[in-house]
Design a protein around this ligand. Structure first.
Ligand code: NAD
Length: 251
């Protein structure tokens, strides 16, 4: 994996780092020299990734907010990545699921950043990176909690940017389109079966109907954007939402 930033000596906490985008971020930040704290609710995957990157596995349910806060007290980089999806019309959407998704994707990031800022401010350097989504910028029907949470994290990220900027802390969102993760690949297979069409047709005509580039984003491409905003070339990039969506949100 190519490296652009020298992050040696930095401690990076990545949530949901056992799988998908979070795992790619852990690999990339470690390749760039950071010591990675691999936080995930899944013990086996957290340990596997931590072993791979020579980091530390931390098993935690981030919806349990008080213990979650304690994980970030001494980190230099926070990557808020853990997230889940539920697809349902609003009138059927389980309210407790809606609350849980906002707790995981908005409140836990707030708690982690809140806990991390004193150390970042004391040293005059810190990086907050929030994995948002095109759904932080655009809505889709039947994804009410997800779209609400992702719009929420976009707003929170900008406030961190305003408060942190004068003190050496930047905050940015990375906002991907559909990423090639197990979750998305399973969705594609299921839709191909349901509609009786090929997986390529599902990608081009269903998932990426609004994207001018008809392919999935690779997790490593998202991780490269994360590494970029952590690196020295991006110290003036603050409060941004960097889309990695093939132009979806340009239309
Ligand atoms: P994933 O399911 O592969 O990984 C998510 C990880 O989060 C898993 O390892 C899971 O165990 C962990 N996790 C879930 N709930 C948790 C909890 N309560 N506490 C601790 N860890 C928990 O998902 P992914 O596709 O890699 O998505 C990662 C992030 O990227 C999410 O925020 C998602 O919204 C965002 N995103 C994904 C896509 C996509 O197409 N896959 C697109 C845009 C944005």
């Amino acid at each position: 994996m190519s490296s652009t930033a020298d992050l040696s000596g930095k401690v990076a906490l990545v949530t949901g780092a056992g799988s998908g985008i979070g795992r790619a971020c852990a690999l990339r930040l470690a390749a760039d020299g950071a010591h990675v704290r691999v936080v995930d609710i899944d013990q086996d995957t957290a340990k596997a990734v931590a072993d791979t990157v020579g980091g530390a596995a931390v098993v935690a349910d981030l919806t349990d907010l008080d213990p979650a806060s304690a994980l970030a007290a001494d980190v230099d980089i926070v990557v808020n990545n853990a997230g889940v999806q539920t697809v349902s019309p609003i009138e059927d959407f389980p309210p407790e699921r809606f609350s849980m998704m906002l707790r995981l994707m908005v409140e836990a990031p707030f708690r982690l950043v809140r806990a991390a800022l004193p150390h970042m401010y004391a040293q005059g350097w810190g990086r907050v990176v929030n994995i948002s989504s095109v759904h932080g910028l655009r809505a889709s029907a039947f994804k009410s909690a997800y779209v609400t949470a992702k719009h929420g994290i976009e707003g929170f990220s900008k406030v961190v940017a305003l408060e942190g900027g004068p003190r050496g802390v930047t905050s940015n969102c990375i906002s991907p389109g559909y990423v090639r993760t197990p979750l998305v690949e399973n969705q594609i297979a299921a839709q191909a079966e349901t509609h009786g069409i090929s997986t390529d047709q599902v990608i081009e005509e269903v998932l990426l109907a609004r994207s001018p580039i008809k392919r999935l984003v690779e997790p490593a491409e998202v991780a490269a954007a994360v590494a970029y905003v952590c690196g020295p070339d991006a110290s003036f990039i603050n409060g941004a939402s960097i889309t990695v969506d093939g132009g979806w949100t340009a239309g």
